[in-house]
Design a protein around this ligand. Structure first.
Ligand code: CA
Length: 230
């Protein structure tokens, strides 16, 4: 099961970029743009690690840090544009596991997340980022899909759907799970989206879309991407 990150960040662009990158790395991402959103998500979902911006529209991220320290023990990494040493030391004293000053690289963030999770004894698995099966090659980090050494162009939604299946290759992923992870929790009833996009993916990735050998239907349950090769 993938680890869940609560990303608390009011900058829409950064939130979107981080959400996408962390999803590709195999994390389930819950995004909050305010302290109120973050509190609501924390009371309703299991969260394994928190990425916390400080300057939020309804207050300072520090207050959430204090609340988290009184309650559950998941690691918190502060991501902030404030770079003076003083708040950094204070926040680490207040119980933040780490502090990253914006702008930071994705590689550094991922490494710090792994360290923070490891310190709490949370097992971290290297995310699946490559998939090969016969003539099909998928590189999730590079957003690249190749079939018989030709680049295949996928729309962003087709790519997200394929990426979700790659991360669970060999396993059935239910309709609801796919709809929630690719389109969002509010779309779990929209199974026609799934049929449409699965049809498009099969048209691009299967020799005979009517007789799929890679993107398999599990009737009444969901879909399964056949297991990749080592
Ligand atoms: Ca901010």
């Amino acid at each position: 099961m993938s680890l869940t990150v609560l990303l608390v960040e009011d900058d829409r662009e950064l939130r979107g970029t981080l959400r996408e990158s962390l999803t590709v790395e195999g994390y389930a991402v819950l995004a909050a743009a305010s302290l109120a959103d973050a509190h609501a998500l924390l009371s309703n979902a299991r969260v394994d690690i928190v990425l916390l911006d400080l300057g939020l529209p309804d207050g300072d991220g520090e207050t959430l840090l204090a609340a988290l320290r009184r309650g559950r023990g998941m690691p918190v990494i502060v991501i902030s544009a404030r770079e003076t040493d003083d708040p950094k030391i204070r926040l680490l004293d207040a119980g933040a596991d780490d502090f990253l000053v914006k702008p930071f690289s994705l590689g550094e963030l991922l490494a710090r997340m792994r360290v923070a999770l490891r310190h709490r004894g949370t097992p971290t698995q290297a995310a699946i980022t490559h998939y090969t099966q016969g003539a099909l090659q998928v590189d999730l980090r590079a957003h690249r899909v190749r079939l018989a050494d030709e680049d295949v162009h996928l729309t962003p939604t087709e790519f997200k759907l394929l990426a979700r299946l790659v991360r669970s290759a060999g396993q059935v992923v239910t309709h609801r799970q796919l709809l929630a992870d690719v389109w969002g929790a509010e779309f779990i009833e929209h199974t026609h989206y799934l049929r449409l996009y699965m049809g498009q993916l099969r048209a691009k990735l299967e020799a005979d879309p009517a007789d799929p050998r890679r993107l398999l239907t599990e009737p009444g349950v969901g879909y399964r991407l056949v297991e990749g090769e080592e």
